[in-house]
Design a protein around this ligand. Structure first.
Ligand code: 4NP
Length: 169
Protein backbone atom coordinates (compact mmCIF):
# COMPACT_ATOMS: atom_id res chain seq x y z
CA UNK A 1 0.00 0.00 0.00
CA UNK A 2 1.51 3.33 -1.07
CA UNK A 3 1.90 5.66 1.92
CA UNK A 4 0.31 9.09 2.02
CA UNK A 5 3.13 11.62 2.39
CA UNK A 6 2.65 14.91 4.24
CA UNK A 7 5.12 17.83 4.20
CA UNK A 8 4.75 20.65 6.75
CA UNK A 9 6.36 23.92 5.65
CA UNK A 10 7.24 27.19 7.43
CA UNK A 11 9.94 29.81 6.96
CA UNK A 12 12.87 28.59 9.05
CA UNK A 13 11.92 24.92 9.66
CA UNK A 14 12.92 25.32 13.30
CA UNK A 15 9.67 26.37 15.05
CA UNK A 16 6.26 25.81 13.43
CA UNK A 17 6.79 23.05 10.86
CA UNK A 18 8.92 20.79 13.13
CA UNK A 19 6.16 21.18 15.73
CA UNK A 20 3.56 20.24 13.13
CA UNK A 21 5.65 17.24 12.06
CA UNK A 22 6.11 16.08 15.65
CA UNK A 23 2.45 16.40 16.59
CA UNK A 24 1.12 14.82 13.40
CA UNK A 25 3.63 11.95 13.60
CA UNK A 26 2.46 11.34 17.16
CA UNK A 27 -1.20 11.18 16.08
CA UNK A 28 -0.30 8.75 13.28
CA UNK A 29 1.84 6.59 15.60
CA UNK A 30 -0.92 6.38 18.22
CA UNK A 31 -3.22 4.91 15.58
CA UNK A 32 -0.56 2.42 14.44
CA UNK A 33 -0.45 4.00 10.98
CA UNK A 34 3.24 5.02 10.77
CA UNK A 35 3.88 2.82 7.74
CA UNK A 36 0.91 4.28 5.84
CA UNK A 37 1.24 8.00 6.59
CA UNK A 38 4.72 9.56 6.39
CA UNK A 39 5.45 13.05 7.71
CA UNK A 40 8.32 15.46 7.10
CA UNK A 41 8.92 19.21 7.35
CA UNK A 42 10.95 21.86 5.53
CA UNK A 43 11.53 25.60 5.36
CA UNK A 44 11.06 27.95 2.41
CA UNK A 45 14.33 29.60 3.54
CA UNK A 46 17.67 27.85 3.78
CA UNK A 47 18.67 29.69 6.96
CA UNK A 48 18.64 26.74 9.33
CA UNK A 49 19.65 23.78 7.17
CA UNK A 50 21.00 20.99 9.39
CA UNK A 51 19.94 22.72 12.63
CA UNK A 52 17.79 21.12 15.31
CA UNK A 53 14.47 22.83 16.09
CA UNK A 54 14.53 25.99 18.25
CA UNK A 55 15.07 25.05 21.91
CA UNK A 56 11.91 27.00 22.89
CA UNK A 57 9.84 24.89 20.47
CA UNK A 58 11.47 21.68 21.73
CA UNK A 59 10.78 22.50 25.39
CA UNK A 60 7.18 23.61 24.80
CA UNK A 61 6.47 20.50 22.70
CA UNK A 62 8.10 18.14 25.22
CA UNK A 63 5.87 19.51 28.00
CA UNK A 64 2.96 18.12 25.95
CA UNK A 65 4.76 14.85 25.22
CA UNK A 66 6.14 15.54 21.73
CA UNK A 67 9.87 14.93 21.12
CA UNK A 68 11.25 17.12 18.31
CA UNK A 69 14.93 16.58 19.17
CA UNK A 70 15.80 14.25 16.28
CA UNK A 71 14.59 16.62 13.56
CA UNK A 72 16.99 18.69 11.44
CA UNK A 73 16.22 21.70 9.26
CA UNK A 74 16.07 21.44 5.49
CA UNK A 75 14.86 23.63 2.63
CA UNK A 76 11.87 22.72 0.49
CA UNK A 77 12.65 21.83 -3.17
CA UNK A 78 10.79 21.14 -6.40
CA UNK A 79 11.39 17.42 -5.83
CA UNK A 80 9.13 17.64 -2.78
CA UNK A 81 6.14 18.17 -5.09
CA UNK A 82 6.94 14.83 -6.73
CA UNK A 83 7.35 13.04 -3.40
CA UNK A 84 4.54 14.47 -1.24
CA UNK A 85 0.75 14.23 -1.48
CA UNK A 86 0.05 17.10 0.93
CA UNK A 87 2.29 20.20 1.02
CA UNK A 88 0.96 22.34 3.87
CA UNK A 89 2.09 25.89 4.64
CA UNK A 90 1.94 27.41 8.10
CA UNK A 91 1.07 30.86 6.74
CA UNK A 92 0.15 32.76 3.61
CA UNK A 93 3.66 34.09 2.95
CA UNK A 94 5.06 30.57 2.85
CA UNK A 95 2.12 29.38 0.76
CA UNK A 96 2.98 32.05 -1.83
CA UNK A 97 6.61 30.87 -1.87
CA UNK A 98 5.44 27.27 -2.36
CA UNK A 99 3.07 28.25 -5.19
CA UNK A 100 6.01 29.90 -6.96
CA UNK A 101 7.99 26.65 -6.67
CA UNK A 102 5.15 24.22 -7.47
CA UNK A 103 5.52 22.50 -10.86
CA UNK A 104 2.57 22.48 -13.26
CA UNK A 105 0.50 19.34 -12.94
CA UNK A 106 1.09 18.82 -9.21
CA UNK A 107 -1.75 16.46 -8.34
CA UNK A 108 -1.50 16.70 -4.56
CA UNK A 109 -2.91 19.19 -2.08
CA UNK A 110 -1.09 22.52 -1.66
CA UNK A 111 -2.67 24.81 0.92
CA UNK A 112 -2.69 26.17 4.45
CA UNK A 113 -2.39 23.59 7.23
CA UNK A 114 -4.99 25.35 9.39
CA UNK A 115 -7.65 24.84 6.69
CA UNK A 116 -7.94 21.41 8.30
CA UNK A 117 -8.72 22.86 11.73
CA UNK A 118 -12.32 22.46 12.82
CA UNK A 119 -12.16 25.64 14.89
CA UNK A 120 -10.74 27.94 12.21
CA UNK A 121 -10.24 30.82 14.66
CA UNK A 122 -6.92 31.33 12.90
CA UNK A 123 -6.07 30.53 9.27
CA UNK A 124 -2.32 31.02 9.78
CA UNK A 125 0.05 29.78 12.49
CA UNK A 126 1.67 33.00 13.76
CA UNK A 127 5.49 33.03 13.66
CA UNK A 128 6.64 32.69 17.31
CA UNK A 129 10.35 33.26 16.63
CA UNK A 130 10.65 36.87 17.78
CA UNK A 131 8.02 36.71 20.54
CA UNK A 132 7.54 35.28 24.03
CA UNK A 133 6.49 31.90 25.38
CA UNK A 134 2.77 32.52 24.74
CA UNK A 135 3.49 32.34 21.02
CA UNK A 136 4.93 28.83 21.32
CA UNK A 137 1.90 27.64 23.28
CA UNK A 138 -0.42 29.11 20.63
CA UNK A 139 1.54 27.27 17.92
CA UNK A 140 0.96 23.99 19.79
CA UNK A 141 -2.77 24.70 20.35
CA UNK A 142 -3.42 25.55 16.68
CA UNK A 143 -1.40 22.62 15.34
CA UNK A 144 -3.01 20.05 17.67
CA UNK A 145 -6.44 21.12 16.45
CA UNK A 146 -5.52 21.03 12.75
CA UNK A 147 -3.70 17.69 13.10
CA UNK A 148 -6.95 15.98 14.06
CA UNK A 149 -8.73 17.49 11.05
CA UNK A 150 -5.94 16.51 8.66
CA UNK A 151 -5.96 12.95 9.95
CA UNK A 152 -9.72 12.75 9.43
CA UNK A 153 -9.31 14.08 5.86
CA UNK A 154 -6.67 11.48 4.96
CA UNK A 155 -8.63 8.61 6.51
CA UNK A 156 -11.82 9.66 4.71
CA UNK A 157 -9.97 9.62 1.38
CA UNK A 158 -8.18 6.34 2.11
CA UNK A 159 -10.58 3.82 3.64
CA UNK A 160 -8.00 1.05 3.15
CA UNK A 161 -5.67 2.96 5.51
CA UNK A 162 -8.54 3.75 7.89
CA UNK A 163 -9.22 0.01 8.10
CA UNK A 164 -5.70 -0.52 9.46
CA UNK A 165 -6.13 1.99 12.32
CA UNK A 166 -6.08 0.55 15.79
CA UNK A 167 -7.76 2.23 18.75
CA UNK A 168 -5.83 5.40 19.71
CA UNK A 169 -3.52 4.69 22.63
P1 4NP B 1 9.61 29.14 11.73
O1 4NP B 1 10.11 30.41 12.57
O2 4NP B 1 9.38 29.65 10.31
O3 4NP B 1 8.35 28.75 12.40
O4 4NP B 1 10.71 28.09 11.80
C1 4NP B 1 11.23 31.17 12.24
C2 4NP B 1 12.49 30.69 12.50
C3 4NP B 1 13.61 31.47 12.20
C4 4NP B 1 13.44 32.72 11.66
C5 4NP B 1 12.17 33.21 11.39
C6 4NP B 1 11.06 32.43 11.68
N1 4NP B 1 14.60 33.53 11.39
O5 4NP B 1 14.41 34.72 11.09
O6 4NP B 1 15.72 33.01 11.44
Amino acid sequence: MKPTQVLMVCLGNICRSPTAQGIFEDRVRCLGLSQFILVDSAGTSGWHIGSPPDSRSCKAALRRGYDLSQQRGRQVSVQDFHDFDYVLAMDGQNLQALKALCPEGFAGHLGLFLEFSRKQTYLEVPDPYHGGSDGFELVLDLIEEAADGLLADILAKRPEVHAQAGPAI
